[in-house]
Design a protein around this ligand. Structure first.
Ligand code: BMA
Length: 320
């Protein structure tokens, strides 16, 4: 996007004027936070699956619903609490976090979320047809892995996901993996890394479920910069090739959102905007949802074309 256009449109993500859209005070059971929600439009209504800290410091997932994507009502009971029996109980012992929803073409909704336990953090996959009940399918990563987003269409007959393993040598980079059956994942490769002395230099991770545009898959990710006052979490955008999403067409140099509102700057973890979901609309806009300071849920809108423009013609990430 050129400078003139950038100045003309102002902030690329316009915050909803009545943020935050959901707080702990809207939840009818005792929780300390409401944040990092996956979101999707189901039968014309927005379904939000949000994370909450309990007073023991562990997390569960709640459900809220909205007609317009901004006014949400939380359900009286939590939606996912740690499994109490079987293999999932072992891995969900310390809580469930940061769920993403994938509206898989022609199938159930897929829910990928982080599970914490004495074995580390892993990713569980569950499915639901109606957001009334879920069926846990499989643990789909080893430790240590957070932040898995699944593309909403199969590509060349395989499911595709972005994931985020961590290693000392290649800290917190984004990988792509494939699966024939949603259970066995592999053929993984690193496709995007943090950039030195850039707003996302410390770590990057998959954010919202990618969505299709004319020019490519748009992926809103998070990036972290370490300051003397602690880490700052911001959001950026990357555009992936439609036929081969391992090929990144471009990554915006600028972030699209940073902590600015008081409830993004101060909270359970200060200076955080963190997304797990966005809903593209038929009018060319996208509603973006983010947790503010790991405490509240916020919403904003952007024009999809503007986000795509920010990626086109931008530098490829440094050689892997
Ligand atoms: C990450 C995750 C997110 C959280 C962020 C900021 O490592 O734990 O759930 O929003 O840190 O605290």
């Amino acid at each position: 996007m050129d400078e003139a256009r950038k100045n003309a449109i102002g902030p690329v993500v316009k915050r909803y004027e009545n943020n935050p859209v959901l707080t702990k005070h809207d939840v009818p059971y005792p929780v300390e936070t409401v944040h990092n929600a996956g979101i999707v439009k189901h039968e014309g209504r927005y379904i939000m699956l949000f994370r909450s800290h309990l007073r023991n410091g562990r997390s569960i997932i709640g459900k809220a619903e909205s007609e317009d994507g901004f006014s949400f009502t939380a359900y009286p009971e939590p939606f996912i609490t740690p499994a109490t029996e079987g293999m999932f109980a072992d891995y969900e012992e310390f809580g469930v976090e940061d769920l993403r929803i994938c509206a898989m073409d022609g199938e159930d909704y897929l829910l990928s979320y982080s599970t914490y336990s004495r074995h580390g953090v892993r990713i569980a996959l569950a499915r639901t047809a109606d957001f009334k009940s879920i069926e846990r399918v499989a643990m789909i990563s080893q430790p240590d892995m957070r932040n898995v987003v699944i593309f909403p269409e199969k590509i060349d007959g395989r499911y595709v996901r972005l994931d985020r393993p961590h290693s000392e040598i290649s800290p917190w980079s984004i990988c792509i993996s494939y699966s024939p059956d949603l259970i066995h994942w592999g053929d993984s490769k690193v496709i995007m890394k943090p950039v030195l002395y850039h707003w996302d230099e410390m770590k990057i991770g998959p954010g919202a479920t990618p969505f299709r545009t004319d020019r490519g898959w748009l992926h809103i990710y998070h990036g972290v910069f370490e300051t003397m006052a602690g880490a700052v979490y911001r959001l950026g955008v990357a555009l992936h090739d439609l036929d081969d999403p391992s090929r990144i067409i471009g990554v915006s140099d600028d972030w699209i959102l940073q902590p600015e509102d008081p409830w993004e700057i101060t909270g359970y973890v200060s200076n955080v905007v963190f997304t797990c979901g966005a809903v593209p609309e038929d009018d060319g806009s996208v509603k973006i949802y983010w947790g503010g300071a790991d405490s509240v849920m916020c919403a904003g809108t952007a024009r999809i074309e503007d986000l795509v423009e920010m990626c086109i013609g931008k530098r490829a990430r440094p050689p892997l």
